[in-house]
Write a protein that binds this ligand. Sequence first.
Ligand SMILES: [Zn+2]
Length: 315
Amino acid sequence: MNRYFNLFTVAEGVWAAIVVPGSGALGNAAIIDLGDSTVVVDTFSLPQAAEFLRGAAEELTGNPVKYVINTHYHGDHHYGNQVFTDSQIISTDMTRDFLIKEGTPEAEVWQSGLQQVVTFLEKGRKAAKDSRLQTALTNEIADKAALLEAVPGIRRVTASLTFSDKMVVHGSARSITLLTFGGGHTESDAMVYIEDAGVLIAGDLVLSRTHPAMLSGNLDNWARIIERIGRELAFSKLIPGHGEVTDRSSLDEMLSYLTGIPEYVRQAAASGEPEEYWLARGVPAPFTEWEMSHMFDWNFRWLYQQFKQEFEVEQ
Ligand SMILES: [Zn+2]
């Protein structure tokens, strides 16, 4: 029984695997039928969830998975790679380089790090007054606990094929374009564009009504990438790295978050009131109902410290 994700048909031969919050799978994935071959995009945070993804892909398309694409180097998009033993793994060359340089931590070190995160999150949940934040933290704790348990069995599998700007994968029924406009959410973020179906698989560059993790990103580049997606790619459906299947409207929502939240925090830092004062006010509109609201706290603290330092230098 698959408790990790739900499958949605997005277009003919294109399925989104949208994760169940708190199941440990964490990042969304997708399946594409090329006719005579099958592609999977991203592989979740857990190998056991990826097993179900591979099974679903084979069952839906009638073919083994020939290619697996990793959109970026965050673990919730590639820890399941090891399940796809007969597939070619594809990423940008920068994503591959990053993962090889980073290496795999020893299981014990990795687990003790995760245990510290869980303890920290549990403290946060106890202190949280808002029920949306409590739910987000409960899910995050469950996701991290599932990963902690899976760690001894996770083997890092990096790409066997890489590209720097663009790569086209051809099948008998359709061709798909893998492309990157550079780094925004991470140093290198790839997307999968299925032009004939009008679908974009955006990785974590575009989420649907979900707070993004800003901490490893470059916010100016990120905003520019989203504008470029809007200008250059024709699609009506978007499969996000987190959140439900959406459409082009998520481009503007994401853009307003990436520009609006830094501006909000800049004013907060300039106000002289401490971080806790501002965080107690909760998530500002229009992002109040977005999922994973604990990310907002992290984004806020990260930005607040940056702005505070800037103001101190100026004074
Ligand atoms: Zn992610």
